[in-house]
Design a binder for this molecule. Sequence first.
Ligand SMILES: *Cc1c(COP(=O)(O)O)cnc(C)c1O
Length: 336
Amino acid sequence: MMLLGDFPRVKLVKLPTPLQYAARLSEDLGIDLYFKRDDAMELAFGGNKIRKLEYLLGDALKKNCDTVITTGALCSNHARLTVAAARKIGLKPVLILRTTGPRKVKGNLLLDVLLEADVRIFDVEAEKIPEIMEKVARELEEEGRKPYIIPGGGACPIGALGYLNGSVELMHQLNELCVKPDYIVHSTGSGGTQTGLTLGMKALNSGVKVIGISCGGSRERISGRVKELADETSKMLGLPFTLQDEDIIVYDEYTFGGYGIVTGEVLEVMKKVAKMEGIILDPLYTAKAMIGLIDLVKKGIIEKGSTVIFIHTGGTPLVFQYEEDLWKYGLTVKWP
Ligand SMILES: *Cc1c(COP(=O)(O)O)cnc(C)c1O
């Protein structure tokens, strides 16, 4: 049996992140709603990938690596945070990016370039990426470097430890407030966050249901990935249990046409949360997750009076990477 503390970890940001009661939205929805502010971290605008990177880069340093290779879309939060974290601890960042997203140097891509990552862009299917990362790794080795490959989204057992640790942190904060949560709602994509949270809540015997709202992928694909990751993670830790199908709750009804597609509904919910709480959601992940949360309350799947924790997983630079999509739906000012 391995303990969480046995895994090497680099401390990247100040934790815990804030846990905030959303009084006005709570009243509006008829639930008790808290935001876990994982967007409020001090490294390069923060986000959920930081928690995974603390363990992934801990592993990279233990293996004496000096270079980090990872992948994502042009708009990837994971890519931006991997670059920033690598810079902070003195590793060379290399990005293998796919052409999904606006072809403009802004938002996350602007930050990748500002941080002087070695950015290599490929117009290929996602299935080709692992092969390309391996090839780039071999080339870098020939130059005498020692590369560490992080899969897209940091979705692997070591990465999943980030939200296992995040689960302990969150439950500790809730215990301090004498609050017993019923649901955790978050945006899910590559599945590492959901794996860590669901395994963590189960390990802590919390009784909390973890709900993932897909940012694009189908329910089958994401829940299959979470199951696989959970099995690998619990095996790595030597846990006496893993996740069962009924533990893995994914809704794919709120993707609004798929990953990266911004619609009027997305702008509406961003405005609602901004106006009621002063909290800025991003258009690709957290806005869609919030639409899901609101609809699940409306349908009674999340019962009125429930205590719900919404994980704000970050994505702040996407507000600016997708600003033109937001203008399209009436985000405008009156010029003199
Ligand atoms: C990556 C990301 C997610 C999804 O997390 P996974 O662990 O990949 O499922 C959600 N929200 C934001 C802002 C992200 O960047």
